[in-house]
Structure formats: structure tokens, C-alpha cells
Design a protein around this ligand. Structure first.
Ligand code: GRF
Length: 197
């Protein structure tokens, strides 16, 4: 592994977790470098976040690939080109295949806006609201083939408040995400380094 661990971030949308990770690195709270951001939606706001910060970014539009495996093969190839040590999914809205997992074993993390194993998959915040739970939150986990089922590294509880909408609740969950994700990435990188020593 490189002396400064290289992160490859996969994002499909807004990019607020990418910004939180970049800010933690800039503040000296996370010893890592963002080698590349890969995004799959040409108009995703995350592209602008990268441009503002001078972060290398590559568009891999899933619509141009005949299968999930072919997309993942190109993804892995791009991540390898940028010599990525750890893959960080930050709002990556594609289902991962064995192709990517095999090329980065135990080296792909994800953040999910619920307390897993509750409310996996899409619309986790809406599901939590509809179910009527009083506490939800976010989870950082290692990515495995089964969606949102990999080993859990960290969780933060977030209360559901009276009158919450999907937007207000998701916003509060994201505040928790922005703190826990950089911290958990740092701790996991340390664990990987110890394993390699
Ligand atoms: C986050 O809420 C994360 O939990 C989920 O997708 C969202 C991404 O948000 N997987 P952003 O693009 O980082 O703002």
C-alpha cells in the first residue's frame, strides 16, 4: 500500500459524502488522498464538486455497458489505473457484481441511510418513515455481493422527529454520515495497514 492511502470514490448523485471526506482530508483528520472519483450519471452534481476541488473524476455511464459485469470490469480497471487502495461508495446507485469484489477483496466500503439490517435497498429513509420507527440512522459496512448485507463497521442512531419528511430526516441522517464516514474510513485503513505489516 502507498504511504498515503489512495481512495477511489464511486458516486452517482449529490456528492455530499465526497465533500465530507475531502474536507476531513484537508483538515488533517483523515490520512488519505482521493485518487479518483468515478460517477455514472453525466449530470450528477458530484461532477461539479470534483471540478471545484480539482479532484480527478471519470464518467463511466452504466447505460453504455451491456452488462453489470462489463461496467464493473471497467470500474476495476480504472481504479487500478489510479492505484486505488480502498474503494469508497458514496451514493453509488449500482448493484455490485463479483467482478469488482474479486478485484478489491475486503476493500470496498459503503454507507447506507438506515440502521442495517433494517431497511436495506432503495428508499431506506422513506421505508423507515412509513414503518414508523422512532430511531433510524446510518451504517458503514464492507460491500459483499448481497446488497447492504456486508459486515458492519459503524452505525450512528438518528431520531425520527414528529413532522419529519423524507427530506428533513435524510438531511439529519446525512449530517451523521458526514461525521462517521471519514472516521470509519480512517480506522479501516489503519486496520488494513496493520494486516499488511
Ligand atoms: C447517502 O445518504 C448514502 O447513505 C446513500 O446515498 C446518499 C448519498 O448522498 N447511499 P451524497 O451523494 O453523498 O450526498
Amino acid at each position: 500500500m502507498y504511504s498515503v492511502p489512495q481512495l477511489g470514490i464511486l458516486a452517482s448523485g449529490k456528492g455530499s459524502n465526497l465533500v465530507a471526506i475531502a474536507d476531513a482530508i484537508a483538515a488533517g483528520e483523515l490520512n488519505a488522498q482521493i485518487a479518483v472519483v468515478i460517477y455514472n450519471n453525466p449530470d450528477a452534481p458530484v461532477r461539479e464538486r470534483c471540478q471545484e476541488r480539482g479532484i480527478p473524476h471519470v464518467l463511466l455511464n452504466h447505460r453504455e455497458f451491456a452488462s453489470r459485469e462489463l461496467l464493473d470490469d471497467r470500474l476495476a480497471h480504472t481504479l487500478e489505473q489510479y492505484q486505488v487502495d480502498l474503494v469508497v461508495m458514496a451514493g453509488w446507485m449500482r448493484i455490485v457484481t463479483q467482478v469488482l469484489i474479486d478485484r478489491f477483496p475486503h476493500r470496498i466500503l459503503n454507507i447506507h441511510p438506515s440502521l442495517l439490517p433494517s431497511f436495506p435497498g432503495h428508499r431506506a429513509v422513506q421505508q423507515a418513515l412509513e414503518y414508523g420507527v422512532k430511531i433510524t440512522g446510518c451504517t458503514v459496512h464492507i460491500v459483499t455481493l448481497e446488497v447492504d448485507r456486508g459486515p458492519i463497521l459503524a452505525q450512528v442512531p438518528v431520531p425520527v422527529l414528529p413532522g419529519d419528511t423524507v427530506e428533513t430526516l435524510h438531511q439529519r441522517i446525512q449530517q451523521a454520515e458526514h461525521k462517521i464516514y471519514p472516521k470509519t474510513i480512517g480506522a479501516y485503513l489503519q486496520r488494513l495497514r496493520q494486516l499488511n505489516e
